[in-house]
Design a protein around this ligand. Structure first.
Ligand code: PLP
Length: 459
């Protein structure tokens, strides 16, 4: 048996991980050769690896470390709640204080009549539950055939069987896995940078709405129960839809009794300056919102499906039905206590206001990177930004895939102490929401130097 009484050093940790762990999204060849970077500690926006090297984390963990790392108040909250009530299940008719308080708090923050909360273990399970709730609700409404759903290309909704089948980032679909094809449909990604030649934004929006209507006609609106959309598609390349697109799609959904599910796993809890982006940023009132990540700033796993009174009333109408869905860790008292403390910190430290001011500066600085010859597009809002690298700015032609330009840039930035996330030819950033103006200058200047260096290397 392995004896871990003497603390292993960085190389031992690397070896243990390399020999025993299967990471999310493992590319087997490189992993067996190179293993993984072992992280050791974090404070604010900074990370240290096990060898003592320091990095500025412009990735924000994974779109999630909203209030920054190393917060003593969060650690104390965890410890207090773990000592008081470290676990209590939420099945059927039991609850706990943090879970009840958090449900009420989320209801007060969510838009319109989204006053009901079902806790999950993360974003994927919130999406899975939303999918099941579509069926449950439509059946209760006497529309049992309204089971099919529509989502978008390049969307990412998680990695359970159903959530990954609803998502459709091309790189995620590998031949060895199976995906649910029947009853899940996809329409085009609303990426204006890649719009058909000659279309302005308004024409592109008309084009996308017409495509949605055509898809509905093809399936039959009576068979479609739900539409899934990230207000800004995060991992698909930070796609901000054209002006008017989301309200127009939402109106069509309403007209046909199709539930609109806003996947706000990334956009909620301040990433672009609001508790929830759907209504505040895009003017839409969804029927359900899925959330996770920033809900606890990544300190502990927790997801929430927030849904409308209207859905609750339909499901509860006859007083007889069972909603047979949920998880051992639904409403976990420690996770809910952390989420409450996280929300309290966002409120008391004016973090949404910081996103509106410093986040706006971040967005503006990043958008200036389009002056560089290799940068075709910089898109996103506030602390949710993507840089698209291209071979030719006028034709928008991509660099050869094997050059792995996003990874090269991420490596060059990392050598200068900055972490940005590579996604094919893209680089994505979602830093903690506590950035200062000095941090903005550091990230902007370092990334610019990294892009210039890679561009020089490639010519
Ligand atoms: N939805 C969106 C928009 C996401 O970005 C993610 C994760 O990145 C998920 C859902 C899945 O969340 P989780 O990884 O917590 O299951």
């Amino acid at each position: 048996m392995l004896d871990l009484k003497t603390l292993p050093g960085p190389d031992d940790l690397w070896q243990m991980d390399r020999d025993h762990a299967l990471h999310p999204w493992t590319n087997f060849g490189p992993f067996e050769r190179d293993g993984a970077l072992v992280m050791d500690r974090g404070e604010g926006c900074w990370l240290w690896d096990a060898g003592g090297r320091r990095y500025f984390d412009a990735v924000g963990g994974m779109w999630c470390t909203n209030i920054g790392l190393g917060r003593r108040e969060i650690a104390e909250t965890m410890a207090e709640q773990a000592l008081k009530l470290g676990f209590s299940n939420s099945f059927v008719d039991t609850t706990n204080g943090p879970s009840a308080r958090l449900a009420a708090k989320l209801a007060s923050l969510a838009p319109g009549d989204l006053n009901r909360v079902h806790f999950t273990t993360g974003g994927s399970t919130a999406i899975d539950t939303a999918y099941r709730m579509v069926h449950f609700f439509q059946s209760c409404m006497g529309r049992p055939d309204k089971t099919q759903v529509i989502a978008r290309d390049y969307s990412y909704h998680g990695s359970t069987y159903i959530s990954q089948s609803i998502g459709k980032r091309p790189g995620d679909r590998v031949p060895q896995f199976r995906y649910k094809e029947s009853g899940i449909h996809h329409i085009s990604v609303p990426n204006f940078y890649r719009a058909p030649e000659g279309m302005d934004e308004a024409a592109f929006c008309d084009h996308l709405v017409a495509e949605f209507e055509a898809k509905l006609a093809e399936i039959g609106p009576d068979n479609v129960g739900g539409f899934f959309a990230e207000p800004i598609q995060a991992s698909g390349g930070v796609i901000v839809p054209p002006e008017g697109y989301l309200p127009r799609i939402a109106a069509i959904c309403r007209q046909h009794d199709i539930l609109f599910i806003a996947d706000e796993v990334v956009t909620a809890f301040g990433r672009i300056g609001h508790w929830f982006a759907s209504l505040s940023e895009f003017g839409i009132q969804p029927d359900m919102i899925t959330s996770a990540k920033g809900l606890t700033s990544g300190y502990i796993p927790l997801g929430a499906l927030i849904f409308s009174d209207r859905i609750w009333q339909a499901m509860a109408a006859d007083g007889e039905r069972w909603f047979t869905s949920g998880f051992t860790y639904s409403g976990h008292p420690v996770a809910c206590a952390v989420a409450l403390k996280n929300i309290e910190i966002i409120e008391s430290e004016g973090i949404l206001e910081n996103v509106m001011t410093v986040g706006a500066e971040f967005e503006a600085r990043m958008k200036r990177l389009t002056d560089l010859p290799m940068v075709g597009d910089v898109r996103g809002r506030k602390f949710m930004i993507c840089v698209e690298n291209v071979a030719d700015k006028s034709s928008r032609e991509l660099l050869p895939e094997e050059l792995d330009v996003g990874k090269r840039i991420a490596n060059a930035a990392e050598a200068m102490g900055l972490m940005v996330r590579p996604l094919g030819h893209l680089n994505v950033m979602s830093p903690p929401l506590i950035l200062t103006l000095d941090d903005v200058a550091f990230v902007g200047d370092t990334l610019e130097t990294a892009i210039r260096k890679v561009a020089d290397d490639l010519t």
